[in-house]
Design a protein around this ligand. Structure first.
Ligand code: ZN
Length: 330
């Protein structure tokens, strides 16, 4: 196991908790193209890419690079931009600082409505919308501390509730109203598949223009294709996490994922069922080891193993992320 694994403080719950960390233990390279060719192709596929889901330092979880260096690295690979995600604190102001330090790359932030940020906290969303620069873009429903995650992984901590008896809580509706009011992006976080769909329906009702199902196939969300198709009908993009695409550790116990590398097969099936025009590949810039170059070089063989053609690769890495963030196409 890697140092990252050993460093997790949750002991026997490590697998379950790691399932929610959005940062894998081993690089996703099973798509297996020879390295020099992959490196060349990797540079091409990443050129102009926007990663909507990037975990780096500063964080309380072990990360391998900080946000200033990750922005420099992304810029050196010709990427267009990235969205800083932290599970516990808002990142709009960090985006401002990173932009100042690393000009020439589009950096955005957001807020995950986890317990540490006050849970479902309309005031925090309202504040983020007004932070200088306007770089706060994405509002994630609760992630690691969502009631769904706490229940699924049997965590010994309170969870943030978004619904009761099949109905979204009033404060969740208030947050969705603010997302609509300020033109922000509604991301479903780690709530259950059913809750995510309720949230998207409310988003549609309240006029939210930009919605995404956060890594829909990963635990503790585990959306099936029918649910993802419903989300697409509700106008949402479906996010697929590159980091975890070739791994088996997020398998639902007794669930649909069986055997190593089946995530790749299941991603492929899902992306083709949904249509790449509705899908986003993210977390190219979330690193699980110090092999940053190897991780980035793995993107090209990965997207090619997904069976995507050049145009479709542009959709999932560049055009759809830009549309989600309300940015002009490059
Ligand atoms: Zn994440």
């Amino acid at each position: 196991m890697t140092a990252f694994w050993k460093s997790r403080p949750f002991g026997a719950l490590a697998v379950a908790v790691l399932a929610t960390l959005c940062g894998p233990l081993t690089p996703a390279r099973s798509a297996g193209t020879a390295k020099p060719a992959a490196a060349t192709a990797g540079a091409q596929v990443l050129e102009g890419a926007l990663d909507i889901h990037v975990h780096a330092d500063l964080d309380s979880h072990k990360r391998y690079i900080d946000y200033i260096d990750v922005a420099k690295l992304a810029k050196s690979r010709g990427m267009r931009g990235l969205v800083i995600k932290n599970h516990y604190e808002p990142t709009a102001s960090l985006a401002y600082i990173v932009r100042k330090e690393v000009p020439g790359i589009e950096v955005f932030g957001g807020i995950a409505l986890d317990r540490q940020a006050g849970g479902i906290n309309p005031s925090a969303v309202e504040y983020m919308a007004h932070v200088k620069g306007g770089w706060g873009k994405i509002v994630w429903m609760p992630t690691l501390t969502s009631e769904n995650a706490v229940r699924a992984f049997k965590l010994n901590e309170p969870g943030v509730t978004v619904s009761r008896n099949g109905e979204l809580l009033p404060e969740v509706k208030e947050v969705i109203g603010l997302i609509s009011k300020y033109g922000l992006v509604l991301a479903t976080g780690h709530v259950s598949a059913e809750e995510a769909l309720m949230i998207l329906r409310e988003g549609q009702r309240l006029g939210v223009q930009h919605t995404v199902v956060t890594h829909a196939m990963e635990g503790p969300i585990w959306m099936n294709i029918a649910q993802m198709q419903e989300a697409v009908r509700l106008g949402a993009f479906i996010e697929f996490d590159y980091n975890l695409g070739t791994m088996e550790r997020l398998q639902k116990p007794g669930g649909p994922h069986k055997g190593p590398n089946n995530f790749l097969a299941e991603y492929k099936e899902a992306i083709h069922a949904l249509g790449p025009e509705h899908c986003i590949l993210s977390e190219e810039l979330t690193f699980d080891s110090s092999d940053l170059a190897g991780h980035l070089d793995g993107v090209a063989p990965f997207v090619s193993a997904l069976g995507l053609n050049e145009h479709e690769i542009d959709l999932v890495l560049k055009e759809n992320p830009a549309r989600l963030l309300g940015l002009p196409a490059h």
